[in-house]
Design a protein around this ligand. Structure first.
Ligand code: UDP
Ligand code: MG
Length: 153
């Protein structure tokens, strides 16, 4: 079982797409185990995006991410990191495939609605930045036995 961090970025909330975005992940069967509406502080943004600190887009990225509320969530499922990034689509909205969240709703390079962790190491690091262990609640659901087969690889 794997966990990943989802951020619905400021444009997602400002454009009223937060519910639709969460629904895409819920419909796929990914289990929502943590959820928080918050303003991202410059300090937390710097920690979260530390791997990008040398990139030319970094100052603009921090400004964008701290400009309005975000929704932070943790999702749990087998292979959830890959599954979530597939549903999100490619980084640039104008390039992302139709049918993906970014492909359907973003036409921007920077304003691409969602963040998703890209590896198990980053997922663990990022989840710990946004959530305490006692803020995550992974309860069994009766539907879980219908989402993946015992024979799945
Ligand atoms: N970004 C940007 N310009 C770029 C590349 C990235 O503004 O040329 C922003 C964009 O919002 C992206 C974030 O920086 O989501 C982090 O970039 P990353 O390469 O990690 O893309 P992601 O993992 O979000 O697809
Ligand atoms: Mg990334």
């Amino acid at each position: 079982m794997e966990r990943t961090l989802l951020l619905i970025k400021p444009d997602g909330l400002q454009r009223g797409l937060a519910g639709r975005i969460l629904t895409r992940f819920e419909e796929k069967g990914l289990k929502l185990i943590g959820l928080k509406l918050m303003m991202l502080s410059p300090e937390l943004a710097a920690k979260h995006y530390a791997p990008h600190v040398e990139r030319p887009f970094y100052p603009g990225l921090v400004k964008y991410m701290t400009s309005a509320p975000i929704l932070a969530a943790v999702l749990e499922a087998p292979r959830v990191i890959d599954t979530m990034r597939t549903l999100m689509g490619a980084t640039f909205g104008w390039k992302a495939e139709p049918g993906t969240i970014r492909g359907d709703f973003s036409n921007s390079t920077a304003y691409n609605l969602v963040h998703g962790s890209d590896s198990p190491e980053n997922a663990e690091r990022e989840i710990a930045l946004f959530f305490n262990a006692d803020e995550l609640h992974s309860a069994d659901r009766s539907i879980d036995t219908w989402l993946v087969s015992e024979d799945d690889q």
